[in-house]
Design a protein. Structure first.
Length: 94
């Protein structure tokens, strides 16, 4: 039976690819974004490739620079897993 679990590396790759797509859809180069959030563009590249994890702080800086909600930087397929796997009784009342 195939496991439905995601590895940390798979999650890093998914988030990195999605962040890159969102950045590009806002017509921001890696150099522009790196300068705007005060990191080396090479570090951003490594984040987007999934080699390094994005910190929550870095995701907030990117979202702020793009004028979007930080949740827009989380891929839909991960949001679905979070919502499906973490429901509690209190969630049903929201």
């Amino acid at each position: 039976m195939k496991s439905n679990k995601l590895t940390n590396q798979a999650i890093n790759n998914m988030i990195g690819k999605h962040v890159k797509n969102v950045r590009l859809s806002h017509k921001k180069s890696r150099n522009q974004m790196g300068k705007a959030i005060n990191i080396n563009p090479r570090t951003l590249e490594e984040n987007e490739k999934g080699k390094y994890k994005f910190t929550l702080e870095r995701l907030f800086f990117i979202a702020n620079n793009l004028n979007i909600c930080v949740t827009k930087l989380i891929p839909a397929e991960l949001k679905g897993r979070i919502n499906k796997n973490n429901k509690t009784n209190s969630d049903k009342n929201i």
